[in-house]
Design a protein around this ligand. Sequence first.
Ligand SMILES: [Zn+2]
Length: 214
Amino acid sequence: MAILSMECPHCRTPQSPLTSVGAFQIGERRLFMFFVCPVCEKPISAKLFMARAVLGAHSGQELMSWSKTTTSAGWDLEDFWPTQTDSAAPPDAPPQIARNFVQAEEAAARTHREAAGMAYRRVLELTLKDKAPDLKGTLEKRIDKLADGGRLTPDIKDWAHNIRDLGNEATHDEDEPTEDDIADMAAFTRVVLEYLYTMPAKVARRASSTTPAP
Ligand SMILES: [Zn+2]
């Protein structure tokens, strides 16, 4: 089980000792190798080439019984997948909301789940403040009022409540939010921002580009 030591593209652990689980030779000096990150247990594939011939590590088969790093076996990294996870905010979200969203995504990618949970909730809080500065009361009441006023569809309202609930748990519970909770919050928050910012901006651009000249 050769080890590939690199920053994990999933959890971003620096120098994670990715453990090989399989190899597929694609030429005398090139192969694909498949790894699992011992920190987040997610898969990574890599393309390696033999930069130096090292006795006992001439092939994928030999590498699979190599107990040290791929580098020490003479194989260099040519490419890997997934490439760094994209944490960009949905287009057209206001800068302070986009910035908080990216911070939430980065905390989630590093499996800092409490920080991520609070950050997603903050994105929702800022979004409501931006979209409905007139509304007062708790976050729960403001979501309901916004939906009653027809400014949120029933689905989006449910998702907003989900983010709020999970965010409250992240803030007040002693237990760490689960990976699924954070994945849900990430997905819900993204959809809420797309609904409230990306789609209307797209529609507005389409409308202005098709308006006939006076
Ligand atoms: Zn990892």
